[in-house]
Design a protein. Structure first.
Length: 136
Protein backbone atom coordinates (compact mmCIF):
# COMPACT_ATOMS: atom_id res chain seq x y z
CA UNK A 1 0.00 0.00 0.00
CA UNK A 2 2.81 2.39 0.93
CA UNK A 3 4.52 1.68 -2.41
CA UNK A 4 1.30 2.42 -4.30
CA UNK A 5 0.93 5.80 -2.59
CA UNK A 6 4.53 6.71 -3.46
CA UNK A 7 4.00 5.60 -7.07
CA UNK A 8 0.80 7.68 -7.42
CA UNK A 9 2.48 10.72 -5.86
CA UNK A 10 5.50 10.48 -8.17
CA UNK A 11 3.20 10.07 -11.18
CA UNK A 12 1.25 13.20 -10.24
CA UNK A 13 4.46 15.21 -9.89
CA UNK A 14 5.64 13.98 -13.28
CA UNK A 15 2.30 14.83 -14.95
CA UNK A 16 2.31 18.32 -13.40
CA UNK A 17 5.82 19.00 -14.68
CA UNK A 18 4.91 17.77 -18.17
CA UNK A 19 1.75 19.90 -18.23
CA UNK A 20 3.72 23.02 -17.27
CA UNK A 21 6.28 22.34 -19.99
CA UNK A 22 3.60 21.72 -22.62
CA UNK A 23 1.61 24.86 -21.79
CA UNK A 24 4.65 27.09 -21.38
CA UNK A 25 3.81 28.04 -17.80
CA UNK A 26 7.27 27.19 -16.55
CA UNK A 27 8.93 30.19 -14.89
CA UNK A 28 11.62 32.12 -16.75
CA UNK A 29 14.45 34.10 -15.20
CA UNK A 30 12.92 37.42 -16.24
CA UNK A 31 9.71 38.83 -17.68
CA UNK A 32 9.40 41.66 -20.16
CA UNK A 33 7.98 44.80 -18.58
CA UNK A 34 4.92 44.74 -20.83
CA UNK A 35 3.92 41.49 -19.15
CA UNK A 36 4.35 42.78 -15.60
CA UNK A 37 1.24 43.32 -13.48
CA UNK A 38 1.15 45.65 -10.51
CA UNK A 39 3.97 45.93 -8.03
CA UNK A 40 7.24 44.22 -8.99
CA UNK A 41 10.49 45.12 -7.26
CA UNK A 42 13.48 42.81 -6.95
CA UNK A 43 17.25 42.45 -6.91
CA UNK A 44 18.42 40.46 -9.94
CA UNK A 45 21.61 38.80 -11.16
CA UNK A 46 23.85 40.29 -13.84
CA UNK A 47 22.42 37.85 -16.38
CA UNK A 48 18.82 38.78 -15.58
CA UNK A 49 19.69 42.49 -15.57
CA UNK A 50 21.20 42.07 -19.04
CA UNK A 51 17.99 40.32 -20.11
CA UNK A 52 15.86 43.18 -18.87
CA UNK A 53 18.09 45.65 -20.75
CA UNK A 54 17.88 43.62 -23.95
CA UNK A 55 14.13 43.00 -23.88
CA UNK A 56 13.07 46.42 -22.53
CA UNK A 57 14.83 49.12 -24.59
CA UNK A 58 12.52 51.81 -23.18
CA UNK A 59 13.34 51.02 -19.55
CA UNK A 60 14.95 53.77 -17.49
CA UNK A 61 18.54 52.73 -16.70
CA UNK A 62 19.71 54.63 -13.64
CA UNK A 63 23.18 54.80 -12.07
CA UNK A 64 22.84 56.08 -8.49
CA UNK A 65 26.58 56.55 -7.89
CA UNK A 66 28.28 59.93 -7.57
CA UNK A 67 29.06 61.90 -10.76
CA UNK A 68 32.78 61.13 -10.27
CA UNK A 69 32.10 57.38 -10.17
CA UNK A 70 29.69 57.66 -13.10
CA UNK A 71 32.29 59.47 -15.22
CA UNK A 72 34.75 56.61 -14.66
CA UNK A 73 32.43 54.16 -16.43
CA UNK A 74 28.76 53.29 -16.69
CA UNK A 75 26.45 50.62 -18.07
CA UNK A 76 25.05 51.45 -21.51
CA UNK A 77 23.15 54.73 -21.70
CA UNK A 78 22.51 54.98 -17.96
CA UNK A 79 21.52 58.33 -16.56
CA UNK A 80 23.16 59.52 -13.36
CA UNK A 81 20.95 60.32 -10.37
CA UNK A 82 23.30 60.60 -7.40
CA UNK A 83 21.74 58.89 -4.38
CA UNK A 84 23.90 60.96 -2.03
CA UNK A 85 22.75 64.29 -3.52
CA UNK A 86 20.15 66.32 -1.66
CA UNK A 87 18.13 66.42 -4.90
CA UNK A 88 17.90 62.63 -5.31
CA UNK A 89 14.17 62.32 -4.58
CA UNK A 90 13.35 65.29 -6.81
CA UNK A 91 15.44 63.96 -9.72
CA UNK A 92 14.35 60.32 -9.45
CA UNK A 93 10.74 61.51 -9.13
CA UNK A 94 10.91 62.85 -12.70
CA UNK A 95 10.98 59.27 -14.03
CA UNK A 96 7.92 57.20 -14.93
CA UNK A 97 6.85 55.54 -11.67
CA UNK A 98 5.02 52.72 -13.45
CA UNK A 99 7.56 52.04 -16.20
CA UNK A 100 10.42 49.59 -15.74
CA UNK A 101 13.38 51.17 -13.93
CA UNK A 102 16.74 49.39 -13.78
CA UNK A 103 19.07 50.70 -11.07
CA UNK A 104 22.60 50.04 -9.91
CA UNK A 105 25.38 51.58 -7.83
CA UNK A 106 28.98 50.57 -7.12
CA UNK A 107 28.39 47.36 -5.18
CA UNK A 108 24.71 47.22 -4.22
CA UNK A 109 24.44 49.22 -0.98
CA UNK A 110 23.25 52.57 -2.30
CA UNK A 111 20.98 51.05 -4.92
CA UNK A 112 19.24 49.02 -2.19
CA UNK A 113 18.63 52.25 -0.26
CA UNK A 114 17.56 54.02 -3.46
CA UNK A 115 15.11 51.21 -4.15
CA UNK A 116 13.51 51.74 -0.73
CA UNK A 117 13.14 55.48 -1.35
CA UNK A 118 11.71 54.79 -4.80
CA UNK A 119 9.10 52.41 -3.34
CA UNK A 120 8.01 55.18 -0.95
CA UNK A 121 7.75 57.55 -3.93
CA UNK A 122 5.38 55.15 -5.68
CA UNK A 123 7.64 53.32 -8.15
CA UNK A 124 6.11 49.94 -8.94
CA UNK A 125 8.46 48.17 -11.36
CA UNK A 126 12.15 48.22 -10.35
CA UNK A 127 15.04 45.82 -10.92
CA UNK A 128 18.23 46.36 -8.91
CA UNK A 129 21.53 44.91 -10.15
CA UNK A 130 22.94 42.49 -7.60
CA UNK A 131 26.59 43.35 -6.91
CA UNK A 132 26.34 46.71 -8.66
CA UNK A 133 28.77 48.04 -11.25
CA UNK A 134 31.60 46.00 -9.72
CA UNK A 135 29.67 42.84 -10.54
CA UNK A 136 29.00 43.95 -14.07
Amino acid sequence: MKGLIILVGASLLWLTACAQEATGTEETSFTESSEMDGFSIERVSKEDFEGYLKHNPDAALVDVRTPNEYNQGKIGDAINVDFLATTFEEEIGKLDRDGLTLIYCRSGGRSAKALEKMKKLGFTNIRELEGGYLGW
